[in-house]
Design a protein around this ligand. Structure first.
Ligand SMILES: [Zn+2]
Length: 384
């Protein structure tokens, strides 16, 4: 597939040279029935290019049709106490600051609906969620879900908030999507619009190549995302880092009509794709050597079958873990996408035989440390 020549955010044709990660599994957050179907998973190149005008990093050979966003798509993180704390705090803050008590909340890309349920419970609000990966279940009164995409034409009544968490990094035509989101907000009576997505600066700081994967076709430096929101007709009311700096949260409002020239931010110094690609590859080689030494000839495991853990395993050629541990029951008993490596529960008996456990996400290091200590694990523990 030929890389696209234009920026999906601002339309500029001034993109940097591509940085290619060949043959990546097309989906990391997916429940596979057996090892055969997991290992036969489709693979495609990730071809990163950065826009010199707005700073957006995109996969220029992305094909959304390659990703199965159906009910087997599983990316809930709420089984982790650290992540749940982040969600609880966000729900409480949004409720308080935007007076959502007793209101109506719309979520665009609600996944299985966990955050919408939490926010509606926190605010005593009613909610409506849209997502193709939603799984039908009995819902509390006042909540309704639709297993499809949402557009401005679906919005027939006012809402007090429009939530869109961990969606924009999955949407190929991001400029058009943000304009549609603005139309949704306008149809909903100009409520607060909340975006949450990873920060590209964090990936660069951590040299975490495992935060680059096929499902994410966009990587947003903070200035880039704010610029694209303004281009789409939003006003940025609040923009902050959350979850140890891994994510950014924006609170937006529809901007008043009237065009003004917006100066693009260019490529911020701390978010340069070129430097990142060179240093991240080297870092990965060093890590593989470090894991091998720490495991001291014994089997080892990665803790975390989320995107980070799966991408890490896929990037490590030739030195694969025996298993991957995850606290999400929906993933346990499954197989890591793109491999034949089993996903086990934290109480799996095989864990005590391992020489090394690598924690994929530093934000979960403390809670995992507690579990390992309780289990009497005596091997090495390394955190990425
Ligand atoms: Zn651009």
């Amino acid at each position: 597939m030929k890389p696209r020549p234009d920026c999906p955010g601002c339309g500029s044709e001034s993109l940097t040279a591509p940085f290619c990660l060949p043959r990546q599994p097309v989906v990391l957050n997916y429940r596979f029935k057996d090892a055969d179907s997991a290992s036969r998973l489709r693979r495609r190149d990730v071809t990163l290019r950065q826009c010199r005008k707005c700073g957006l990093v995109c996969n220029a050979t992305f094909d959304i049709g390659a990703i199965p966003y159906d009910e087997n798509y599983e990316n809930r993180q709420s089984f982790s106490p650290a992540f749940q704390t982040h969600l609880d705090k966000l729900a409480a803050e949004l409720t308080q600051r935007n007076a959502l008590q007793g209101g109506r909340i719309l979520e665009v890309g609600c996944g299985k609906g966990d955050f919408l349920r939490l926010l509606c419970e926190t605010a005593g609000a009613r909610g409506e969620g849209y997502d193709t990966s939603y799984e039908l279940r009995a819902e509390p009164a006042g909540l309704s879900f639709h297993k499809r995409y949402v557009g401005a034409l679906d919005v027939q009544a006012p809402f007090d908030a429009v939530i869109c968490r961990h969606v924009v990094e999955h949407v190929p035509e991001i400029g058009a999507f943000l304009r549609e989101l603005r139309a949704i907000a306008a149809a909903a009576g100009d409520p607060v619009v909340v975006l949450e997505t990873p920060r590209f600066e964090w990936i660069v700081e951590q040299l975490s190549l495992w935060d680059v994967f096929y499902e994410h076709c966009n990587y947003f430096p903070t200035a880039s995302l704010a610029h694209l929101c303004r281009l789409a007709g939003f006003r940025v009311v609040r923009h902050r880092q959350v979850f140890g700096g891994q994510y950014q949260v924006l609170e937006l409002r529809v901007a008043k009509a009237g065009k003004r020239a917006l100066k693009p931010p260019g490529i911020p110094e701390r978010a340069r794709l070129g430097d990142f690609s060179r240093r991240a590859r080297k870092h990965l080689d060093q890590l593989a050597a470090q894991f091998s030494q720490a495991a001291a000839g014994r089997a080892w495991a990665v803790w975390g079958a989320g995107a980070k853990g799966v991408a890490l395993v896929n990037h490590l050629h030739g030195f694969k873990p025996r298993c991957v541990v995850d606290s999400n029951p929906a993933k346990q008993g499954g197989v890591l996408p793109g491999s034949r490596i089993p996903i086990v529960a934290p109480d799996d008996s095989g864990l005590l035989e391992l020489g090394l456990i690598v924690i994929a996400n530093p934000n979960y290091a403390r809670e995992i440390g507690v579990v390992l200590q309780r289990r009497g694990f005596t091997g090495r523990v390394l955190t990425l």
